[in-house]
Design a protein around this ligand. Structure first.
Ligand SMILES: Cc1ncc(COP(=O)(O)O)c(C=O)c1O
Length: 406
């Protein structure tokens, strides 16, 4: 039983007003709101349990370490990773993908080697690969989306050639909501001996994830979209790949011994976690993931599927709105433009006056914007606490914007 009223009551910010109107928060794709249990866990961690981790031998340090390290196991359970040592804790997807770029790809890739990407990747899954292009002559091969915004797994697999060293794809587009069959892509890529990195920043928010079933080599998540604190996250790395990686950031915690002559690294995954981490943020992420698992990822997906269908029906019913991305089975993420002169920023400003929070801009997806032939879109992205009434509020606010700009 998905008790939406109760769930909404778990998120204190949802009861506030914005510009004199009840908040309609539809910017979950950028960052999700936090349930009280996460807020309480953060307060408790600072008020009663705070110390640095891994280093001290005193009570609080041991307690903080215990709480922090337990999150590795929670994330492993959330992703069905099996072994918690496949989980590298970090500040989010951007750090996770940069770890793979610097720690795994850079020492292994040579000029002319290829990375296959979809055109709808977020900049976090593009810019680190451009570094390899700029610095090492690696070639980026782009696979376009179809007219409905879907990504044909076979086209990704067909793009893999003898020089391809990595496929890096998102599981769910932050712009179109397209859900990608990353299992089929991984299967095809592995049959050609090519590892796969999956950007799970949006995917893990909207559907149950089983990294062992997908079979991918890397799977990155970011805590603030998962109803947890910003500055938290993780990347799952298959043991074979982790064994091939060299550390990216050096410093405390990732070493066992340091002398004038050299260093002995800590065992993985800590070998890839340098410096004082986001202790409290990570503890908060653990609580957020427990919260999601308690609701049930299948239940969340089902609820959001209902919102998607309703929003799709209402938005496509407005003949002056152009919904970008209508792939079957997509997540409840809607990017759209409005016919006429209205710029995405102007539309979002009008919506804001009605208490409706959406995002406007390029959504850190430059190549996709080029592919779609637009400079910006408005994006309404739904989360586990949104309602059908909020879809209606969005549509009412859009009608007002259309009247003003038409
Ligand atoms: C698909 C996708 N990948 C990567 C990121 C980057 O996440 P973060 O900024 O938390 O590292 C985002 C955030 O918007 C995203 O939507």
């Amino acid at each position: 039983m998905y008790d939406l009223d109760k769930i909404r009551a778990d998120f204190p910010i949802l009861s506030r007003e914005v510009n004199g109107k009840p908040l309609t928060y539809l910017d979950n794709g950028a960052s999700a709101q936090k349930p009280q249990v996460v807020i309480d866990a953060i307060t408790k961690a600072y008020a009663e349990e705070y110390s640095n981790v891994h280093r001290g031998l005193h009570f609080l340090s041991n307690l903080a370490t215990e709480k922090y390290e337990a999150v590795r196991g929670i994330i492993a359970r959330f992703l069905n990773a099996g072994d918690e040592n496949t989980i590298v804790l970090n500040s989010g997807t951007t750090e996770g993908i940069n770890l793979v770029a610097y720690g795994w790809a850079m020492p292994r890739f040579e000029a002319g080697d290829e990375i296959v990407l979809s055109v709808m990747e977020h900049h976090a899954n593009i810019v680190p690969w451009h570094f390899l292009r700029e610095r090492q002559g690696v070639v980026l091969k782009w696979v376009d989306t179809e007219a409905d915004g879907s990504l044909d797994p076979q086209k990704v697999i067909d793009a893999i050639g003898p020089k391809t060293k990595l496929v890096a794809v998102t599981q769910c587009s932050n712009v179109l909501g397209t859900v990608v069959d990353v299992k089929a892509i991984t299967h095809g890529a592995h049959s050609k001996g090519v590892p796969v990195l999956v950007d799970g920043s949006q995917g893990a928010v909207h559907m149950p994830v089983d990294v062992q079933d997908i079979g991918c080599d890397f799977y990155a998540i970011t805590g603030h979209k998962l109803y947890g604190p910003s500055g938290s996250g993780a990347i799952y790395i298959k043991p074979e790949r982790m064994a091939e990686m060299r550390p990216f950031i050096g410093g405390g915690d990732m070493i066992k011994e340091v002398s004038k002559e050299g260093i002995i690294y800590n065992d993985p995954p800590m070998k890839f976690e340098a410096g004082t981490p986001g202790i409290v943020q990570t503890i908060g992420l653990g609580v957020a993931l427990e919260y999601m698992m308690e609701l049930g990822m299948d239940n969340i997906a089902k609820h959001e599927g209902g919102l998607r269908d309703y929003a799709m029906q209402r938005l496509t019913g407005l003949n002056w709105i152009n919904v970008q991305g209508q792939a079957p089975g997509k997540a409840a993420i809607f990017s759209f433009t409005m016919e006429g002169a209205a710029h995405a920023h102007d539309i979002s400003t009008i919506l804001d006056k009605k208490g409706v929070a959406v995002r406007a801009g390029h959504h850190c997806a430059g190549p996709l914007m080029d592919h779609l032939g637009v400079s910006a879109t408005c994006r309404a992205s739904f989360g586990l606490y949104n309602t059908k009434e909020e879809v209606d509020t969005l549509v009412d606010a859009l009608e007002l914007a259309h009247e003003l700009f038409a």
